[in-house]
Design a protein around this ligand. Sequence first.
Ligand SMILES: [Cu+2]
Length: 228
Amino acid sequence: MKNGGTQKKLNGKMIGIILAVIIVLVLVILALTSKKGEETNAPAGENNPVAGQEQNETGEPMVPGEGEGEQVNTIVTESGQVIPEGSIVEVPGANPIIENVVVTPTGEVANNAAIPMSPEAPQQTAPVTKDTLPASVIKLDVTAAGFNPSSFEVKKGAPVTFSLTSADDITHVFMFDSPELSAVAIGVSPGETRAITFNAPATAGEYTFRCDVPGHAARGEVGKMIVK
Ligand SMILES: [Cu+2]
């Protein structure tokens, strides 16, 4: 009978333990549920980085400009160009400049080494009238006789806008020799003027350029940009 009593006591103890475990589980679930509720209103990831992350992905839409998407607020210029808010454009159609850096329409730093005319690259403008270009634009003419001027100076790392005019009845294509500047290119039909805005190299030096139309460089259509 002593054994039976012990057995009963044990059974009672077991039931007690099971009940306690269930109660603890219920309390934990309640606590977790209420905590999640609180965090919906609390700044993301304040106490629990994991929960915060989940909220960023599945919760309310984030404010534009936050998070991975790197969305920037944009405005539309008079000429219909979409540019980041707060940026300026020297020549309509050229890349915007914000805080003294040439960027893409989506606000990323323009990549001088990208594939020419790709979205990351500085873009040549549509044909423009040379006379309407601001004084700050470096204006190059090109003919079979060469570039005029055949050299120009820029400040290292600074935004640069230059235009190219085909001053004869030939198509010409401006290109730098350095792969670092492969995206900084302009092609002009006879009589046409186009411009491009880009970030000057951060390293001082001379950067040679040429007309890329076969035979043109050989006859003297070459020049250099001096970065100081
Ligand atoms: Cu040429």
